[in-house]
Ligand binder design. Sequence first.
Ligand code: HEC
Ligand code: HEC
Length: 195
Amino acid sequence: MIRAFALVLGGLTLAGGIPQAARADDPEAGRKVATMCRTCHGIDGYATIPIAPHIGGEPVEYLEAQLLAFKTGAREHEMMSVVTAGLTAQQISDVAAWYAAHEVVATLPDGVSPDEAPQACVSCHGADGISLLLDAPNLAGETNIYIDTQLKAFKRGTRKHEIMSDIAAGLSDAEIRQIADWYAAVTLEITPVAE
Ligand code: HEC
Ligand code: HEC
């Protein structure tokens, strides 16, 4: 009896331990990881340098996918490839959860109508640059330098994505600049989600 009981208990502990260890994410642990990111992305995900994107309040799926892409080399960048090389899969899930656990508010400039937004982009990225999909990023308030760089990377094939590569291939440099300016003009506010 006692032995059977101990076995059951042992089994329970094990069963309880596995989901714990394999937990999808832990935003609080992610906050600690984010101290490695703050010089460029801020602790709240509001970027502090023009070549880095705002990542606070982005869908967790998108953030995690991009970090893994940098880590495996599917997406390359001199800074991010180095940063992600040093992160475990768990740290990536956690830090993605931390940044995703922020709220974003996007505001179009005074007097500008959402109807003027780039029509080819709004179905996924929204008129104000807040993504409508889990696997697409927010573009609101990103610098025009960042948006321009990414669209040209998709166009040249140095960054690849089944949807964005085709879309960017059809855009002229002038159109890219115009669209980048539209989303860059949006004011973005990022705040931590209240516990
Ligand atoms: C030295 C500056 C720097 C540091 C530190 C840094 N990043 Fe970045 N990050 C960048 C730059 C620059 C880019 C844009 C890369 C590109 O142009 O493709 C970027 C891109 C990203 C992206 C892609 C976002 C998107 O919209 O596609 C994510 C996600 C990201 N960083 C997360 C992190 C996390 C998490 C950390 C900390 C663990 C971190 N970064 C540390 C500079 C940095
Ligand atoms: C059908 C949905 C869809 C449409 C339409 C679309 N996008 Fe995207 N976009 C995506 C997805 C999904 C990604 C993420 C790509 C990846 O995983 O690398 C993305 C990524 C991007 C990025 C990279 C941003 C970052 O943070 O790194 C930019 C810039 C971008 N899109 C601009 C545009 C523009 C400009 C248009 C209109 C001309 C447009 N997109 C239309 C789905 C879409």
